[in-house]
Structures are given as structure tokens and as C-alpha cells.
Design a protein around this ligand. Structure first.
Ligand code: SF4
Length: 275
């Protein structure tokens, strides 16, 4: 992890006393924005989830396979093949407690295996598998106090590549279908935070991009760039300040939503919540 040398701030100490972590990650910020009650159950109460969504393990397994691919590339410039990547994918699944996994209506291990193979092949066939530049970071953690009166922010960069012109920050996503401009807009805060953290050591322009692999019959690999302009940066700063203020006030409440609730591991607990 690159933790820039700063004294631990009072907000970071407060975050640690609340959550056991002296920082805020984008994942925590995004969980709070989607459902404050889920944030409370997960980050403050640290309650175990009733089940784990197969989608979550699937995304994490694909992610691990890509990490292994670039790790091997960095270490030996050797390219792993699809079977190697599938072995990493299976290794992630082998650590899951299958009895606690909730599969989608039309999914099971076999269908997800076949989908993973198609997605990893699509990745291997795409430009994403041949980055133009030198890989300088894989799963690199950066942490720094970026915003006044807020805890340190933490980033985990999936892939950091340096070309002659720029530093390229890539975050991998798996998605049910191709991303719309609205999907990119909804997710861009994560990359803006990464931009602000990378900017502290960057000596060239930073390019931000999501690499989205679709979970479709014929998976596609799409690159979506995000511009870190001053307006977006300020908007995200303001948003994080308000999220942190919300966490401190302890005003946690459920936000039922057909997108998030079906895969939420706190559904029973949420159903009996009365405030
Ligand atoms: S079930 Fe829905 S409303 Fe309840 S905690 Fe989970 S995400 Fe929030």
C-alpha cells in the first residue's frame, strides 16, 4: 500500500472507532449512498450476511483471474492462457461456502463456469489484454487524507499502466449488459477519487477508465473513459463530506430498491427493522 506520510487525523481516528478502519473506501461511500441501513449493518455493526450473492463471487473470481493475468505479465512478460485464468476463477469459487451462496434464477455453477470461459476469452481477444505501456501497479492500495474534516480515503487500483504520455488507471467491472452513459456517470465518483490519490505522485496526465466485460451470450469488452474535470472533482468532494456527516449523525434507514435488495444479505434483518 502507498500511504502518504501524514499524521492520523481526528476524522480517521473517528472512522476507526466506528468501523475498525481509519479510512473511507469508495465501496463504503457507495454502500451508504445506496442504503444507509445496509452500511450500518455491514460497516458499523459488522454483521454476517445471511447469504452471499453468486454474482458477487463471480465478479470477484473474474477479477482475480484478470489480476493473475496482469501479475504474470508484470513478473515475467508471459501471457497466461484461458485455462490458466479459469483455474484462478475456480480457485476463488473453491473458497466460497456454497451452502451460503444465493444463485440467480437461471444460474448454477456450471452455467457460470461457461460464462466465465466466454468472458475470459473475450478479455484475451481484446486490446485490454495488451496494455500499451509499462504495468506499474496491480491491486495497488493508496491512502491519503484528501478532504478536510473527512477520514483518509482509500483506493485499490485494479491496474496502473504508464505510457509515454500518461498514467492509465483502469478499474475492471463485470456487467449484465453494455454500460450506458448513465451507468458511467453513476460510477465515475470511484475513478475521480482514484484520480485525486494518484495525482499526489503523478508526473504526467492521468487517464481514467472503466474496463467493462459484459455477461452476455457473446461477451464484449468496453472501455469507458472518465474526465476528472474541476467540477466533477468538487462535486465528489462535496458528496463525500456529506456522506461522512451522515455517518457521524447515525441517521441510518432502509432504502428499498429492486436493484439492490434482491442481492442484499441483510434482507431478514432489514424486514424486522423498526428504527
Ligand atoms: S434489503 Fe434493501 S433496504 Fe434492506 S438493508 Fe438491504 S439494501 Fe437496504
Amino acid at each position: 500500500m502507498i500511504a502518504f506520510a501524514h499524521p492520523v487525523s481526528a476524522p480517521s481516528r473517528m472512522a476507526e472507532s466506528l468501523t475498525g478502519r481509519p479510512y473511507l473506501s469508495w465501496s463504503a461511500i457507495s454502500t451508504f449512498m445506496k442504503c444507509p441501513l445496509k452500511y450500518q449493518f455491514h460497516y458499523l455493526d459488522q454483521l454476517p450476511e445471511e447469504f452471499v450473492s453468486a454474482n458477487l463471487i463471480f465478479g470477484s473470481a473474474i477479477h482475480s483471474a484478470l489480476e493473475a493475468y496482469f501479475g504474470e505479465h508484470l513478473a515475467s512478460r508471459r501471457s497466461l492462457d484461458v485455462d490458466d485464468l479459469l483455474a484462478v476463477y475456480h480457485s476463488t469459487w473453491s473458497q466460497a461456502d456454497l451452502a451460503a451462496v444465493q444463485f440467480g434464477k437461471s444460474d448454477d455453477l456450471v452455467s457460470l463456469d461457461a460464462l466465465a470461459k466466454r468472458m475470459l476469452q473475450a478479455f484475451m481477444d481484446s486490446d485490454l489484454a495488451c496494455p500499451t505501456g509499462a504495468i506499474i501497479g496491480i491491486e495497488e492500495e493508496l491512502r491519503s487524507p484528501l478532504i478536510a474534516d473527512c477520514p483518509d480515503l482509500l483506493a485499490r487500483l485494479d491496474l496502473l499502466v504508464e505510457s509515454d504520455e500518461s498514467l492509465i488507471v483502469t478499474d475492471f467491472k463485470t456487467a449484465r449488459s453494455r454500460w450506458s452513459a448513465g451507468d458511467v456517470h453513476a460510477a465515475e465518483g470511484q475513478l475521480i477519487v482514484y484520480h485525486e490519490l494518484v495525482r499526489q505522485f503523478a508526473d504526467k496526465p492521468i487517464r481514467l477508465q472503466f474496463a467493462v466485460i459484459t455477461k452476455t451470450k457473446q461477451p464484449e469488452v468496453e472501455i469507458h473513459t472518465v474526465a476528472a474535470d474541476p467540477l466533477r472533482i468538487e462535486r465528489i468532494r462535496q458528496l463525500i463530506q456529506r456522506v461522512w456527516a451522515g455517518i457521524q449523525t447515525g441517521n441510518f434507514f432502509p432504502v428499498p430498491n429492486s436493484m439492490n435488495c434482491p442481492t442484499c444479505g441483510y434482507r431478514s434483518r432489514c424486514a424486522s427493522w423498526t428504527g
